[in-house]
Design a protein around this ligand. Structure first.
Ligand SMILES: *[C@@H]1O[C@H](CO)[C@@H](O)[C@H](O)[C@H]1NC(C)=O
Ligand SMILES: *[C@@H]1O[C@H](CO)[C@@H](O)[C@H](O)[C@H]1NC(C)=O
Ligand SMILES: *[C@@H]1O[C@H](CO)[C@@H](O)[C@H](O)[C@H]1NC(C)=O
Ligand SMILES: *[C@@H]1O[C@H](CO)[C@@H](O)[C@H](O)[C@H]1NC(C)=O
Ligand SMILES: *[C@@H]1O[C@H](CO)[C@@H](O)[C@H](O)[C@H]1NC(C)=O
Ligand SMILES: *[C@@H]1O[C@H](CO)[C@@H](O)[C@H](O)[C@H]1NC(C)=O
Ligand SMILES: *[C@@H]1O[C@H](CO)[C@@H](O)[C@H](O)[C@H]1NC(C)=O
Ligand SMILES: *[C@@H]1O[C@H](CO)[C@@H](O)[C@H](O)[C@H]1NC(C)=O
Length: 805
């Protein structure tokens, strides 16, 4: 009966209640006064809202019947939590509340009236709690007309730093456990004892915690930091400039514009700067600390390694002989499949190429043979394996006591040898990589996009959409982007560099006059693509290739962005850029000079014997693989051809003319950004003609043609074929010709003799040529899905002694 009565009263009161709610929610307040509280029961309406409507403070659900008191960013499509009072101890969803007591203490009480959290203030009158426009939750008292801050959330950050908030000596950012679990995770951004701001992984086992940013194998000064300033402060501005007392400073890619921004230590251990896009109501990454996600420690746990591929994001794999410990949590890593007793006699090694395990070296032995290194490792019972690396013209041996922070990438020089029982070696050799499991992509909401404000123009904000957003209905493809990862150098020269400071000492801006002098009035014209190329001698005596870009209409900010993109790409098989010039309409790029010119120049002379050709094929594939996979920007070249492959004094291939192509979204995106077909007839993949999504596979195709040209010495003259619907496709005559010769010949020997460049006069390595032709033919498959990725091409060509395809 009693229940019914109450219910009736409730029904009567309902309209009133609703009215009250509406009144309440239509006039949200930013202030909680002394003696009042916010209750979890009315979590949706019982909130403080900052006067500008950007931030809210209140209870937010973090699990089943679990709530945390938090400040969040209200206007994003999903609320973005920027601060939490009780991230590790959520409260019950029934009777919990946060109260500002009569004594001035802000107290979070759980259902059972247990204090979960408080500000610890007391004996204060005239106290109020205010959520400010900056997102700072401030407890203030007014005394004799003056207001004093008793407590503020900005002094106790969780995983996010907002503009106007300072990261001080006693504060740190701690990542969340995962994207859905806000409790304290495994990574922190903290002030180290030597006054340097660092990222630290402190995982499950305190013994395996380690610093991973800035790169720990370099000293603070090599990383552009200083240890001399002990003030330990760092702050982010709303225009996108971050600077800290250890001389770290960086700019957002859209720096210069006043935006909502946040610096967050994400649960994957990467520190990212985000800016808020009002149109899509999403956050966009505009800087991140680690472009190569596998370099974040702890990602895959012990006894495993991380590999990275633009198609699959990060992936973890257990080492041979190990299995995953706690599916699906990779932080626990892998454990041995079988327990065995270490012994000199029964143990052997399995090799994993292009891999590295950071730290935990038992010792270091320079100038060792592989056998000697194996012996050394076997002699330590705790040796789990060793790193064997060729460096400074000797082989170095690093026996490892633990196998942590493993990473594997093509182009990494060095192998790791894992200690396993001899009895099982043959099994592991056949299938060395046990399992590759994708990690969750992170972060999901990011759209690849960048915005620039031209530094010298007011008000005009030019938004450059580099990449088409995925087609509707296509499943969310995760994108991780960092563009223009730029650390400011300590010897800054603001006016000169247009606000962009460049760290590399060799990289600089040239004046137009300097370059005119260097090229003696732009006279010596060479060959090149994308613009006119001149040879010049710089004032310091270096011989440079200077490219004057044709598209002079490009704005200053866009030009500088492209320049930074190219400059960041650093690989022995990519041409090195030394600087640029931007003056008025002039846009010039200064590159290292390649003594032997382009592959195109060399192919038709007697200069290239078979060894050189093979090494050019390998070098080119490595350069392209680097562009495709290891750099965050996923640069597609889009114009791979012999004219763009330059040869240094040792005939080592260096890919040129990259980076001026647009950045491409990872995964299969339909490319409305490629409105104009780019490339060179004969080397162009059919994908362009069929209007297929443009992926890095277009470069694979072009590479295949170049490889065939290297073998045959023939140009890929093409014929046009009309296809259904009236379009035309180019079907490489060279490809058809090679295939016909292969199919028509009775022996491998026979077709090789037929297709080999007559200039070689039959002097070539049969096995290598067969391999290269087979790989090249895979590359030029019509169906791009059957073409290998560039990384696989490298692996296939590289393993000519060991593997078969
Ligand atoms: C978050 O992770 C912690 C620690 O693993 C766990 O105790 C807690 O239940 C998790 N919370 C949610 C909401 O899953
Ligand atoms: C609070 O005030 C009481 C009475 O005035 C006093 O005894 C107590 O020491 C004060 N506490 C603090 C922390 O100031
Ligand atoms: C230390 O860093 C702070 C904050 O960046 C700066 O204001 C101060 O001038 C620096 N001190 C010295 C001695 O460089
Ligand atoms: C490993 O060593 C222990 C003690 O020495 C012995 O009891 C055990 O049988 C050994 N196991 C194997 C597989 O050899
Ligand atoms: C490496 O060892 C070999 C043989 O022990 C020796 O001849 C050679 O000089 C050593 N090289 C270096 C760089 O120490
Ligand atoms: C490794 O060898 C041991 C002993 O021969 C055997 O019991 C075990 O099944 C092998 N493990 C694998 C993965 O082959
Ligand atoms: C730039 O500023 C000047 C002076 O403040 C103003 O006259 C002009 O209209 C502004 N230009 C733009 C594009 O807003
Ligand atoms: C900055 O640039 C000016 C010329 O614009 C030059 O005179 C000066 O030496 C430069 N300063 C530094 C620190 O490079």
């Amino acid at each position: 009966m009693k229940i019914n009565m109450n219910f009736d009263i409730l029904l009567l009161l309902l309209p009133l209640l609703f009215q009250a709610l509406i009144v309440y929610s239509s006039t949200p307040t930013d202030i909680l006064s002394q003696g009042s509280s916010l209750s979890v029961k009315r979590a949706t309406t019982n909130v403080l809202v900052s006067q500008n409507g950007i931030f809210s403070a209140g209870f937010i659900p973090v699990g089943e019947n679990a709530f945390s008191f938090a400040v969040w960013f209200t206007i994003s499509s999903d609320p973005t939590i920027v601060w939490m009072a009780n991230r590790d101890q959520p409260v019950n969803g029934r009777d919990s509340k946060i109260s500002l007591t009569k004594t001035g203490n802000l107290v979070l009480l759980d259902a059972g009236r247990v204090t979960i959290w408080s500000t610890g203030t007391s004996n204060m009158s005239a106290v109020k709690l205010q959520l400010e426009d900056t997102g700072n939750l401030v407890l203030r008292t007014t005394n004799l007309g003056k207001s004093f801050t008793l407590w503020e959330s900005f002094k106790f950050p969780t995983n996010t730093l907002l503009p106007k908030q300072t990261l001080t000596v006693d504060t740190k950012l701690v990542s969340s456990k995962s994207q859905t679990n806000y409790s304290s995770g495994y990574y922190e951004l903290f002030w180290d004892d030597d006054n340097v701001l660092r990222l630290h992984f402190y995982g499950l086992d305190p013994q395996i915690s380690s610093v991973y940013w800035p790169p720990p194998w370099q000293g603070p000064f090599e990383n552009g930091r200083t240890t001399y300033n002990n003030s330990k402060t760092a702050a982010l501005s709303s225009t996108g400039v971050f600077s800290s007392s250890d001389d770290l400073s960086f700019l957002a890619t859209d720096y210069g514009v006043e935006l909502h921004r946040r610096l967050t230590l994400d649960s994957d251990g990467n520190l990212r700067l985000y800016s808020f896009d009002m149109n899509t109501r999403t956050w966009i990454v505009t800087w991140q600390a680690l472009p190569e996600p596998c370099k974040i420690h702890g990602t895959c746990g012990p006894n495993s390694f991380c590999s990275y591929d633009h198609r699959f994001d990060r992936r973890c794999s257990c080492l041979p002989g190990f299995k995953m410990k706690k599916y699906p949590n990779w932080f626990y890593g892998c454990e041995p499949e079988v327990k065995w007793n270490n012994s000199k006699e029964t143990d052997g090694f399995v090799r994993i190429a292009n891999a590295e395990f950071y730290g935990y070296d038992r010792d270091y032995f320079p100038n060792q043979t592989l056998n000697k290194c194996e012996e050394i490792c076997l002699s330590f019972p705790e040796c789990k394996g060793f790193q064997f690396k060729y460096e400074d013209s000797i082989y170095k041996c690093f026996p490892k006591a633990r196998l942590l922070n493993g990473l594997r990438m093509s182009g990494f020089e060095g192998d790791i040898y894992i200690r396993v029982p001899k009895a099982n070696i043959s099994v592991y050799h056949e299938k060395p990589i046990v399992k590759e499991i994708e990690l969750n992509c992170h972060p999901k909401q990011v759209i690849l996009m960048r915005a620039y404000k031209k530094p010298h123009e007011n008000a005009t904000l030019k938004v450059l959409v580099c990449v088409s957003i995925g087609l509707a209905g296509v499943e969310f493809v995760c994108v991780i982007v960092v563009m223009c990862f730029l650390q400011l150098s300590r010897n800054r020269n603001d006016s000169k560099m247009h606000g962009y400071m460049l760290a590399a000492t060799r990289f600089r801006e040239f004046t137009y006059n300097e370059l005119r002098k260097a090229t003696r009035g732009f006279r010596e014209i060479g060959s090149g693509a994308g613009g006119t190329v001149f040879k010049g001698v710089l004032s310091d005596g270096r011989v440079a290739e200077i490219k004057r870009l044709r598209e002079a209409h490009q704005g200053e900010a866009e030009f500088l962005a492209e320049v930074r993109t190219i400059w960041r790409l650093n690989h022995m098989n990519l041409i090195e850029m030394w600087g640029y010039c931007i003056e008025g309409k002039h846009r010039l790029l200064v590159y290292e000079y390649m003594k032997h010119g382009s592959l195109a120049d060399n192919l038709r002379s007697n200069a290239l014997d078979w060894e050189k050709r093979f090494s050019i094929a390998l070098g080119t594939s490595k350069g392209l693989a680097y562009l495709h996979e290891e750099c965050l920007e996923w640069v597609m070249h889009c114009d791979v051809k012999p004219q763009n492959i330059l040869l240094d004094s040792d005939y080592q291939a260096k890919v040129a003319d990259f980076g001026l192509s647009k950045l491409q979204k990872r995964g299969e995106s339909h490319s409305s950004s490629f409105s104009r077909i780019r490339g060179t007839r004969g080397y162009m993949a059919p994908d362009w003609v069929y209007n297929l999504p443009i992926t890095s596979k277009v470069d694979v195709y072009s590479y295949g043609i170049v490889a065939l040209e290297l073998v045959t010495g023939r140009k890929p003259t093409s014929v046009q074929i009309v296809i259904d619907g009236g379009g035309t496709t180019e079907h490489g005559r060279l490809v058809t010709w090679v295939r016909e010769k292969m199919n028509g010949a009775s022996t491998t020997e026979a077709w090789m003799e037929e297709i080999a460049d007559p200039i070689l006069e039959g002097k070539f390595d049969r096995a290598k040529m067969e391999l290269l032709v087979k790989v090249a033919l895979q590359c030029v498959e019509e169906d791009k899905k059957t073409r290998p990725a560039m990384r696989q091409v490298v692996e296939m060509i590289q393993c000519h002694d060991e593997c078969s395809i």
